[in-house]
Write a protein that binds this ligand. Sequence first.
Ligand SMILES: Nc1ncnc2c1ncn2[C@@H]1O[C@H](COP(=O)(O)OP(=O)(O)OP(=O)(O)O)[C@@H](O)[C@H]1O
Ligand SMILES: [Mg+2]
Length: 520
Amino acid sequence: MSSETPVVVQMEDICKRFGAVQANNHITISVRQGTIHAIVGENGAGKTTLMNILYGVFPPDSGTVYLYAQPVRFRSPAEALQAGMGMVSQHYALIPRLSVLENLMLSGEGASFSRLPRSQVRARAEELAKVIGLQADWDAPAGSLSVSQQQKVEILKLLLRDARVLIFDEPTAVLPPADAEAFFALLHRFAEEGRTVLLVTHKLQEVLEHADEVTVLRAGEVVATMPVREKPGAPPQVDARTLARLIVGEEGVLPEEEMLPGRRLGDQPRLRVEGLIVPPVRSRAGLKGVSFEVYPGEVFGIAGVDGSGQAELIDALMGLTSPTQGHIWLDGEDITHAPPAARLHKGVRYIAEDRHLRGAIVEWSVAENAALGLQREGRFGSRFSLSFTRMKEFAERIIHRFAVRAPAADAPFAALSGGNQQKVVVGRALMETPALLIAGQPTRGLDAASTRAVHHAIREACGQGACALVVSFDLDELLTLCDRVGVLFDGRMVDVVEGERKRREEIGALMVGAVKGGGA
Ligand SMILES: Nc1ncnc2c1ncn2[C@@H]1O[C@H](COP(=O)(O)OP(=O)(O)OP(=O)(O)O)[C@@H](O)[C@H]1O
Ligand SMILES: [Mg+2]
């Protein structure tokens, strides 16, 4: 990009404070037309705050936003939309009871396509959906979609609007790699068309592969802003180490994460799943006879392309769905049809892939969320009078152990940055050694240090006798964290790899059904 390329978005000297937290501290950033501008920084660095200001979610305390060199002061996202901007937020805003199509129609409020007949919106949506690899059932309630499908619907909402400036806040945090690739191909196309993209991400590889420029935030301030490449398609001029160093400061850089060796702590499986069948519903594969065991001390990974049965497996293990055939044993006891509360009581803990729908109640405090689901255990007082002090103490322990950036344990959960919310959800599941940890995308939206901390916490729990089941789209995560990896394909566990066979290529091939089959 030459310096003549017009600046589309200019944010100048932006400050925003929440109570004692200076979320944005004199931030200045310029984004040129037709570029992909990445914004990186630790959890709580101020990325989402800055994007919210740009999109008119709330005003800055001071500073000015310019769009095409004109000062603008959006009083709401609706006004930003009118001005040709669009944003996919870190937390989704789909209305769960409405169908996918209805959600799309609704999102067009004020945009040109909202006046189009339903059939036309649908045709256009179908066309775009193909590009981003969304096989949507347009009439399914949005709440029935997996998190990655919801993410794609959110992206679709934005695409339908035909925006000139597109803001994405961690769009690929829960996208399977193949979908992320398709998404980036689309971003490049947009950039070529002269649209401007702001991309918040924790994945430095994405910055190196796709961004034209990058701005690094640390503790609310810009510590660097620089070109990533000379022109689109050219090789990157910066490397991951340099970025990592800028993100955390010189002292904070971590060495490469090592494979954490696990050890079976007994020869009786803690979790045994046998011949599990869950009928397919809509776009879900269901489970077609899944069997495996997880031993104490062991982390068992689940790989698979989106919709291969991961959600059904988690639901069945948590007691959120009833299998039509097969069995689940925990420590030798048949829990196939036990209600969720009984499983919690037996030490089953859950990190939900969708922290907002299932993992937390954002209107509540951090302390109440820390205690969520555990209140029946009696540790926070009786069912009828919960001790807020005890919940607060528990939350404070989580905050301390997982370095959660929260103003206080009684602060609203919604006041935490996305990654810090995730740390609370993870902490709740791991503060006491569970019998079985079920983790869906446990490091979603976490920065490098927090990802590391969560991996260690899972390992530590297993070292104390827990067993863990980790579902992740991130193969590197599965390879580093898990002792064995089961691969789901179309509702079947086609293979379980360990030792020498636990390699990226092997798992990748199994995921698309290229080898073996039948298996367990
Ligand atoms: N509504 C709010 N009320 C109080 N504090 C807030 C609010 N929104 C954000 N903050 C605080 O501002 C700081 C920056 O948060 P922000 O969400 O911008 O971080 P982020 O860089 O997007 O982090 P993440 O990578 O975890 O999403 C955090 O300390 C957060 O707790
Ligand atoms: Mg954020």
